[in-house]
Design a protein around this ligand. Structure first.
Ligand code: C2E
Ligand code: CA
Ligand code: CA
Length: 810
């Protein structure tokens, strides 16, 4: 069949009449307008038989090679501008039909054919995206669920490490994250507590170091303890030395102020807390309920009690209260202990500071305020007086006979007397007055707040009452002692404008009072001011005098009472002042004492006297003893024996050439140093004379125990000897007693013939006095007494000294 030619159908006509050829009208046959698809029909040789109009461009075309013999194959083919998808179908004809068949090619524009597919593809992408998004969303959700707790933990850790102690993970639930979170929170909680604990401890240390205010410590403790130690309530009991405890508890929670409760509990109300016990866990019933009620608002199931001790006495109790027994008991116990230890340290600190303050401001012996505190109080009183237009009075009180008491009865008794004195003064004064001890036997009474118009009258009354009170005998052991005091008074603003001035004026007035008559009082006046100035000047001059060597010794003879021969001399101090003339020691010896020069003076006199004896020896005069006046201080503060020995050696003197005159009161002293020295000096051969005998405090019985060789009867006895029988009897008694003791008796102050006559008859051995001879300079003494024989002044015969060396005067 030729190309393009229609298929033909050959059929045998009935009865073999021929063959019928039927030819297919191709276009009509294939043309099918109603067919939706475009198609082409090829014959078996792939020659085009028919094509839908759209595909006409392949008119005359031949089926592509690749499609040959294939069936239902889809392939792409570009026809004109359009891509087509092609499908082939090979149609076989019935054998009756003389045709190998056709190939039908259906063509659909690719776009059209794949339209669904691409729609599907689009939908698929969206679906995939959606699925992905969904998956991602789910994944994130899941991840979130896992990551969030971790993040919180991480965040909290970061905050915690940055110092935010409030950082908590707060993860709820039951999974591992929640467990981890809870563990973290617990750790953070403890960390915070430890941190607060450290903070609290260092804060307490700061408070302890910074102030001695116990209240500051208590309020810090009560304010901050909750953050440092887990507890439901805190209480503190602080005991004083008498065992009375004050209660401190927190004010309304969180207010952080310490509340000082009124309720007072006593140590004796509580069970004992030994010092070794760090903490005690106590059920509330074991402590007084009233105390617990005052300390805690809520009911308490358990208490941890931490005792703090000060020098073995219970100082305070720290109480931690719990509504339910706490879990981490060990840790709490440790923290509580550290805090209680701070309370102990603070208590010790306060005690030490108090002690230091007391040491600095109170006199150790009498416990009265000292100089320093007196100044404070006077200055306050002055400020107050200015504001209120009142007056302040300062009374300077000096004991009159204290030196003797100290010398004769010993320092212990002297101290007791001072304490008694202080107590007596304190007793007489009002609460607002200050009684201070200035040192030694000086006291000061400060009276503030006096109405100006009646100030003098008031103080006058007070001073008189004090004089009377102090004149009452004191009981010292078995002895009754009368030791009055002199009082000097100065007033602010009348006499002075400052504390120093006030004190100076009162002191000056006291001196004046003593000068007039011991045991009285004296108000400051302007002429006292002059006296003070004089005294000041004298002190200045005396200082110069020592530098310029204006001090010297005069010698007063002592003669045998019967023969009138020279028996010795007393060296007496003089000051040859260019301004004042010859000044007697009564004027300035006490000033040397005040200047702290008494030791120096003693040694100087010892040296001078020995040097003088040596000089006289060198000049060939027969040896005689010289006595020097020795002050008690020399026995207490210097190695007397060694000094004396050295002086004797230096000037090559026999020990019996030297006599030491000491006050009777000192010889009777109970001080072991004095006694020991006296005994040793006597053993050496130096003789001891009891000076001013009869004026001291020692009884005659006492005398029997005194290590001495000579008794010097005081001038007052000599003076009244011839006029008062009573005195004479006493002197007789003293002399007979001295005889029993083998003491040589010297009468001092012999001024008239009656005395000179009477004394030897009474048993007196030696005489000394103006009648015999006045104290004179050494050259004069040598001239009058050693070289030329007795002066005309004395009727006594020229005599030699009846000493162990049998030397005679020329
Ligand atoms: P005293 O030891 O009792 O010395 C005797 C004093 O009586 C001397 O006074 C002397 O001049 C004075 N006197 C002597 N005879 C008579 C008299 O007939 N009538 C009167 N009314 N007085 C007479 P002076 O020298 O002024 O000494 C006074 C006191 O000073 C001494 O009393 C003594 O306690 C002390 N003193 C003197 N020299 C020294 C010394 O070197 N060292 C020390 N620490 N004190 C001394
Ligand atoms: Ca003397
Ligand atoms: Ca004397």
């Amino acid at each position: 069949m030729p190309a393009g030619s229609a298929p033909e159908l050959l059929s045998m006509l009935p009865d073999g009449q021929g063959v019928r050829v039927a030819r297919l009208a191709a276009d009509d046959f294939w043309n099918n307008d109603s067919a939706p698809e475009r198609f082409c029909v090829f014959n078996a040789e792939r020659e085009l038989l028919h094509c839908s109009p759209d595909l006409s461009m392949i008119d005359g075309g031949v089926l592509p090679e690749t499609q040959r013999g294939q069936n239902t194959i889809i392939s792409e083919w570009r026809i004109g501008e359009v891509d087509y998808l092609l499908g082939f179908w090979r149609a076989r004809c019935l054998p009756t039909l003389n045709s190998p068949g056709f190939i039908v090619m259906v063509a659909t524009p690719k776009a059209e054919a794949l339209q669904d597919l691409s729609r599907y593809r689009e939908a698929f992408v969206a679906a995939v995206l959606l699925a992905c998004a969904l998956a991602a969303g789910l994944a994130i959700g899941q991840i979130r669920r896992q990551m969030q707790p971790l993040e919180r933990l991480q965040d909290s850790t970061r905050r915690l490490s940055a110092g935010d102690l409030q950082a908590r993970a707060n993860i709820s639930g039951k999974d591992e994250f929640a467990q981890l979170g809870r563990a973290f929170d617990q750790m953070a909680e403890r960390l915070a507590q430890r941190f607060h604990m450290l903070g609290l401890l260092s804060e307490l240390d700061r408070v302890i170091l910074g102030s001695s205010e116990r209240l500051a410590l208590i309020s810090t403790l009560l304010r901050d303890i909750h953050r440092a130690v887990p507890c439901d309530g805190v209480g503190l009991v602080v005991f004083n030395a008498d065992g009375e405890g004050k209660l401190f508890s927190e004010l309304a929670e969180g207010k952080g102020e310490a509340l000082c409760g009124e309720t007072v509990v006593r140590v004796s109300d509580l069970p004992e807390f030994p010092e070794s016990e760090g903490v005690r866990v106590m059920p509330p019933g074991t402590l007084p309920q009233a105390m617990l009620d005052a300390l805690f608002r809520r009911p308490v199931a358990q208490l941890l009690v931490f005792p703090a001790h000060l020098k073995s006495r219970l100082d305070s109790l720290l109480l931690l209260a719990y509504a339910t027994p706490p879990q981490n008991l060990d840790e709490i116990a440790q923290s509580g202990r550290s805090l209680a230890d701070r309370l102990s340290i603070a208590a010790a600190n306060i005690a030490r500071e108090q002690m230091l303050y007391d040491q600095a401001h109170f006199d150790a012996l009498t416990q009265l305020p000292n100089r320093l505190l007196l100044r404070d109080r006077t200055e306050q009183a002055i400020v107050h007086a200015d504001r209120t237009e009142t007056s302040v009075a300062l009374l300077f009180i000096d004991l009159d006979g204290f030196k003797q008491v100290n010398d004769s009865l010993g320092h212990t008794q002297g101290d007791i007397l001072l304490v008694e004195y202080g107590a007596r003064l304190r007793q007489r004064m009002r609460q607002g007055d200050t009684v201070a001890r200035m040192g030694g036997d000086e006291f000061v009474v400060l009276i503030p707040d006096l109405a100006r118009d009646t100030a003098y009258a008031t103080v006058d009354r007070i001073a008189r009452a004090l004089n009377e009170a102090l004149a009452e005998p004191f009981q010292l052991g078995e002895q009754h002692l009368v030791s009055p005091a002199s009082i000097g008074i100065a007033l602010y603003p009348d006499n002075a404008s400052s504390h120093e001035e006030l004190l100076k004026m009162a002191d000056a007035a006291m001196y004046e009072s003593k000068r007039r008559a011991p045991g009285g009082y004296c108000f400051f006046t302007s002429n006292i001011s002059e006296l003070t100035r004089d005294r000041f000047e004298l002190t200045q001059d005396l200082r110069d005098a020592i530098q310029r060597r204006e001090l010297l010794l005069h010698y007063q003879p002592k003669v045998d009472a019967r023969s009138g021969r020279l028996a010795g001399a007393e060296a007496l101090l003089r000051w040859q002042s260019p301004k004042r003339g010859l000044v007697s020691p009564g004027v300035f010896v006490h000033l040397l004492d005040e200047m702290g020069l008494s030791i120096w003076l003693g040694e100087w006199v010892l040296d001078q006297a020995c040097a003088q004896m040596h000089a006289w020896d060198q000049q060939g005069y027969p040896p005689f003893p010289v006595s020097i006046n020795f002050s008690p201080l020399q026995f207490e503060r210097t190695p007397v024996l060694a000094r004396v020995q050295a002086a004797l050696d230096q000037y090559r003197l026999q020990p019996d050439r030297l006599e030491l005159e000491i006050l009777e009161s000192m010889a009777a002293s109970e001080s072991p140093t004095v006694r020991e020295n006296l005994v040793r000096l006597r053993a050496l051969g130096v003789r001891i004379a009891l000076d001013d005998f009869g004026t001291g405090f020692s009884s005659l019985v006492h005398l029997t125990q005194v290590p001495a060789d000579i008794l010097k009867l005081d001038r007052v006895f000599t003076r009244s000897l011839c006029t008062e029988t009573r005195q004479r009897e006493i002197v007789e008694l003293i002399i007979s007693m001295a005889k029993v003791m083998h003491l040589t008796v010297v009468a001092e102050g012999v001024e008239n013939e009656d005395q000179r006559e009477l004394l030897p008859r009474m048993g007196c051995d030696l005489l000394q006095g103006y009648l015999v001879g006045r104290p004179i300079a050494p050259d004069e003494f040598a001239a009058r007494w050693l070289a030329a024989g007795p002066s005309e002044e004395t009727s006594a015969a020229w005599t030699g000294w009846q000493g162990p060396s049998d030397a005679r005067m020329r």
